[in-house]
Design a binder for this molecule. Structure first.
Ligand SMILES: NC(=O)c1ccc[n+]([C@@H]2O[C@H](COP(=O)([O-])OP(=O)(O)OC[C@H]3O[C@@H](n4cnc5c(N)ncnc54)[C@H](O)[C@@H]3O)[C@@H](O)[C@H]2O)c1
Length: 438
């Protein structure tokens, strides 16, 4: 199959490279010439484990190419995927569909022969129909169908998720489009991946419902963590105790500073907006948004309280800035709330993140960035863990203690063992865990 991928960001690049690995002929297009120049010199614009090799292998095999113009790529394609951004629209929280509709108009001009135009971007219900309308209006004679194929990959595990998904959801409404989409995903038949064929609206709602459910699960355990802190219970044992119930499941029951990232915050907002418009308000999701926002803001207060009510003049070492490990993505990361609030309270911030620092430099002024975690701890009055990078779990607590001015840790991801840290002489506070035994 010949595929054009419009937008070569996180989703477009990973999907394009993985489709090429399936054996398809993929042309990835992006408006950003700097990104395309980087890709053409085999430099990845994002950090994602395994992506550089996957891209290099498929470029070498002649199945994957990059360019800034979509005309040829679309004209040759059996399917054109729209994978452009759908950020939050300023003011009202709805998804900004400017990029999707602009891409649709450009695609319309270039269509040649029967083509399936697929939205892979996360788009509110009704967008697929609007894409079809835009194309039909621009090119009344064009032979095409629209389809919706939302993407469920997770940053940091994106290739594995794409190559071995739990399921593939495809909204299509003609046999011809269904055949093309089945052909594209045929390699997944070998591993018996469930294919969920639906109408277009259903596929669009499914993506938002999935993300909203996961965001709710995180927010639920975060509130249970608050309760645990007040009553001397341990949220990890609670999570295990409930997660082993097959109806609940163990995943997404890790308490932390609140969800961030490129998807959950904007997708919950967009779902709430769409639902209000449709007169079917999602009150649970609205509450999740509010609880999560206030939680992110409250985390700085937690650090300040732990330091006896003030961080004025103190040095705060920060471990981890990205919204989760194994990515350099800083979009809506909790660190973007926590660090400025601590600075406002008078703290000096010294921070380390394995992959996120060049992005973080643009977003967090007046922070001193270090070369490793120990340097971030050096001279600190308190160390705050914001992102649970695997390498932080292996740090030597004794070395950290020696480096710090005062051995105090606020572990917002519970990566350390409280008893061990307290045994070594740290003042330690996690999330949802009992305090020191008296
Ligand atoms: N990042 C994730 O983990 C993830 C997971 C699932 C779904 N999604 C969804 O996928 C979509 C894309 O997200 P992303 O994180 O890849 O965004 P991104 O910002 O990383 O990439 C979008 C890219 O599209 C390009 N672009 C915009 N308009 C274009 C046009 N007309 N022609 C060519 N290129 C154009 C931009 O230059 C940019 O490189 C969003 O709707 C997002 O919600 C993201």
């Amino acid at each position: 199959m010949r595929i054009a991928m419009i937008g070569s960001g996180y989703v477009g690049l990973v999907s394009g490279a993985c489709f090429a690995q399936f054996g398809h002929d993929v042309a990835c297009v992006d408006k950003d010439p700097a990104k395309i120049a980087q890709l053409n010199s085999n430099t990845m614009p994002i950090y994602e484990p395994g992506l550089d090799k996957l891209v290099a292998d498929n470029v070498k095999a002649g199945r994957l190419s990059f360019g800034t113009g979509l005309t040829d790529a679309v004209a040759r394609a059996d399917a054109v995927f729209i994978a452009v951004g759908t950020p939050t629209r300023r003011g009202d929280g709805h998804a900004d569909l400017t990029y999707v509709y602009a891409a649709a108009a450009e695609i319309a001009e270039a269509l040649a022969g029967y083509t399936v135009v697929v939205t892979k971007s996360t788009v509110p219900v009704g967008t697929g129909r609007e894409v079809a309308r835009i194309i039909r209006e621009a090119r009344p004679g064009a032979e095409f169908d629209v389809a919706s194929n939302p993407e469920f990959l997770r940053e940091g595990a994106a290739i594995e998720d794409f190559m071995k998904p739990d399921r593939v959801v495809i909204g299509v409404e003609s046999d011809r489009a269904r055949e093309v989409m089945s052909g594209i995903y045929r390699p997944l038949n070998l591993i018996q991946t469930p294919m969920v064929f639906t109408n277009i609206e259903t596929a669009e709602v499914t993506k938002y419902a999935g993300n909203a459910f996961l965001a709710t699960k995180i927010t639920f355990i975060n509130e249970i963590a608050d309760l645990c802190e007040k009553v001397g219970a341990d949220v990890h044992d609670v999570a295990r105790g409930i997660g082993l119930d097959g109806r609940i499941g163990r995943k997404f029951l890790h308490p932390g500073p609140g969800f961030g990232g490129s998807c959950f915050p904007k997708d919950t907002l967009a779902l709430a907006y769409t639902a209000r418009e449709a007169n079917a308000p999602q009150t649970i999701v609205e509450q999740v948004i509010e609880v999560n926002n206030s939680r992110k803001k409250r985390m700085a207060r937690k650090v300040i309280d732990f330091c006896g009510g003030s961080v004025d003049g103190l040095t705060v070492g920060v471990l981890g800035l990205t919204f989760k490990p194994n990515t350099d993505d800083m979009r809506d990361a909790p660190s973007l709330d926590i660090v400025p609030a601590l600075q406002k309270a008078g703290a000096r911030i010294v921070a380390f993140d394995p992959e996120g620092m060049s992005e973080a430099r643009q977003l967090l002024p007046f922070v001193t960035f270090t070369r490793n975690a120990y340097e971030a701890a050096a001279g600190a009055d308190v160390l705050v863990v914001i992102t649970e990078w695997h390498e932080f779990r292996g740090l030597d607590p004794r070395r950290i203690k020696e480096a710090m001015r005062q051995p105090r840790i606020v572990d917002l991801r519970n990566i350390f063992n409280p008893e061990e840290m307290r045994g070594l002489g740290f003042a330690y506070e996690g999330v949802g865990r009992p305090g020191p035994r008296s």
